[in-house]
Design a protein around this ligand. Structure first.
Ligand code: MLT
Ligand code: MN
Ligand code: ZN
Length: 296
């Protein structure tokens, strides 16, 4: 199995267009690496590829990755696109895939409803882009040699569908994790997750790799930095640090590789020279970077 992390940033990326925080400034000045928005590409044979999530940065992500270039005059090795929720950072890139190319578009029925309600996505013509509804907990063929299973993780509806009150630990079809298996390996991709319950730890145990929501270091970091009014949990993202953070929750769960993805620009982990980064790496985690390839 080959996985290319196309984008390691959360919504907005690093630097974010309207953010002058120290991390965004450091990225603009080239002192720390930039991060494009969240998504991965996966293949078992190196020929047929699936995307999991389609970020607004997809065009440049595809251009930067030789494995994803067309083999002939027109065409693409991308056979399928799976989206794990309806967030802008995971679906806006579908508009980038509008140039008459055929692929499967996989999502839960609830997410397909959200996509179907967007008239702009009608540009993905039904005779070319097959919208396939995937039930939770049912394995399906994602792409040649790779099977995927969607499972509910604690989350919420997309930002643009939030009503007056928002349930942030909702379990259902709105936010899913993905189990990816080939004949040799089992990998989890969970870019959005509000808490790490015990059942999730049991499920992940023994995995070849985990790519997990690393949006925020602490729950209130955006508030304290003067960048926003929401906590991570309110946004549907478990923090990395702290007694109830994902690092502590998973400390005793065995797996081959653990990698944080979907990092917000406010997160000190995006700075390779930060003490927080050193502490996470000492605990056995890696921080994803754009273009990072793993072969679990
Ligand atoms: C998130 O992960 O919280 C979303 O990407 C927020 C957004 O839509 O910008
Ligand atoms: Mn996001
Ligand atoms: Zn910033």
């Amino acid at each position: 199995m080959r996985i290319v992390i196309l984008g390691t940033g959360a919504g907005g990326g690093l630097p974010q267009w309207n953010c002058g925080c120290p991390n965004c400034e450091a990225a603009r000045e080239g002192r720390i690496p930039s991060m494009s928005q969240s998504g991965i590409a996966i293949s078992a044979d190196g020929i047929n590829w699936a995307l999991v999530n389609a970020s607004p940065d997809l065009r440049s992500q595809l251009a930067a990755n030789p494995a994803l270039r067309p083999a002939g005059l027109r065409g693409s090795p991308i056979r399928s696109v799976l989206v794990t929720n309806g967030d802008i950072d995971h679906v806006a890139g579908l508009l980038t895939l509008r140039e008459g190319q055929s692929f499967n578009l996989f999502a839960t029925p609830a997410i397909h409803d959200v996509l179907a309600a967007n008239p702009m996505l009608a540009v993905l013509r039904p005779e070319l882009v097959m919208r396939r509804e995937i039930a939770l907990d049912q394995p399906f063929g994602l792409v040649e040699g790779i099977s995927a299973t969607l499972f509910a993780v604690p989350g919420k509806v997309p930002l643009y569908l939030e009503g007056e009150t928002v349930e942030t630990g909702q379990m259902g079809e709105q936010t899913v994790g993905v189990e990816l298996t080939s004949d040799r390996s089992r990998v989890y991709y969970i870019p959005g997750c509000a808490t790490v319950p015990d059942w999730l730890k049991s499920r992940i145990a023994g995995a070849d790799a985990l790519l997990l929501d690393g949006t925020l270091w602490t729950d209130d970091e955006m508030i304290r930095a003067g960048l926003g009014i929401k906590t991570g949990r309110r946004m549907g993202h478990v923090p990395v640090s702290g007694a109830d953070g994902s690092m502590t929750a998973l400390a005793e769960v065995p797996m081959q590789r653990r990698i944080y993805v979907h990092l917000n620009n406010s997160n000190p982990l995006v700075d390779p020279y930060s003490p927080e980064r050193a502490s996470v790496e000492a605990a056995g985690w890696q921080i994803g970077h754009d273009g990072m390839e793993i072969t679990p």
